[in-house]
Design a protein around this ligand. Structure first.
Ligand code: OAD
Length: 262
């Protein structure tokens, strides 16, 4: 019987309508910690769910802001890994062949884009977008102006950026990410669902599959007839039903899986 990698490369060679769904594990080898498996000092002291809610923000804006600024600075200081770059090249290759490859990510970093992917669907928003807390008007903010750096130890600082908002008097800025209890951006989520309904191949990389509704997206593709490949060193709720499960990491498995087509 063909190896799992062989079966994956066969599916890749046949695919013309592809959706890549990525989670935190995608960026782990770039040096961005995941949420649930690599326990940094930060995660030992704080549950992400307790920092990533509007209630947490309103209760303690400096603490939440410091966390997001620290993460934005961390992402700025790292580079896309071989997995991000392979996906970027694959997207161009598929487009050249007349097909389509959509990337939908739960990640709030910009490493897919820096790895060459275009039109990335950010299901949980972006660390690099900001808006008014009250009226959602987009606003500019440079986290580097806070003086917080990627390598400093996390501690709440007096960082609460304000915005000169023309529509309301709030003046308080919030990160442009999706917090727990909030709706996903309609456009990005809708585009991901549409792409999955047309897909012949879905590749799920580096997500624990525990946070809804993103966790259900692989099933949308599978129910519409797509083959599913999962890349994750640990098994998840979809591993058993995936057509191919590759127990490997993004930066190792993706270049190998895509090596023949690129
Ligand atoms: P998790 O931290 O829940 O899961 C990370 C997954 O990546 C795990 O299944 C790991 O086994 C896997 N993994 C670790 N290293 C990897 C590597 N090098 N290559 C491939 N896989 C690897 O992250 P997500 O599933 O993305 O939401 O988390 C989902 C959401 O929970 C996040 O978007 C965030 C969080 O709370 C919000 O903040 C709304």
């Amino acid at each position: 019987m063909a190896s799992a990698m062989q079966r994956a490369t066969d599916l890749v060679a046949k695919a013309s309508s592809v959706v890549v769904l990525s989670g935190a594990g995608m960026s782990a080898e770039s040096g961005v910690p995941t949420f649930r498996d690599a326990h940094t000092g930060l995660w030992e002291r704080f549950a992400p769910e307790q920092l990533a809610t509007e209630e947490a923000f309103r209760a303690n804006p400096p603490m939440v802001w410091t966390w997001y600024v620290w993460r934005a600075m961390l992402v700025r200081s790292v580079h896309p890994n071989a997995g991000h770059e392979a996906i970027g090249r694959w997207q161009h290759h598929v487009a050249q062949q007349g097909g389509s490859l959509h990337v939908a990510t739960q990640n709030v970093d910009d490493l897919h884009e820096r790895g060459g992917a275009e039109d990335v669907l950010h299901l949980h928003g972006s660390l690099h977008a900001y808006r008014c807390l009250e009226c959602d008007t987009p606003a500019r903010f440079d986290p580097a102006t806070t003086g917080i750096t990627a390598d400093q130890e996390f501690r709440p600082e007096d960082v609460v950026p304000t915005v000169d908002c023309q529509h309301c008097e709030s003046g308080v800025l919030r990160p442009g990410v999706v917090w727990f209890g909030e709706m996903l951006p309609e456009q990005a989520f809708g585009a991901a669902v549409s792409a999955l309904q047309e897909a012949d191949l879905v590749v799920v990389i580096g997500s624990s599959g525990l946070v809804q509704p993103a966790a259900s997206l692989p099933l949308v593709g599978r129910d519409a007839g797509a083959a599913v490949i999962e890349i994750n060193p640990a098994m998840t709720p979809i591993s058993d039903t995936a057509d191919v499960y590759l127990p490997s990491t993004a930066a190792v498995a993706l270049p190998e899986m895509l090596g023949k087509v690129l």
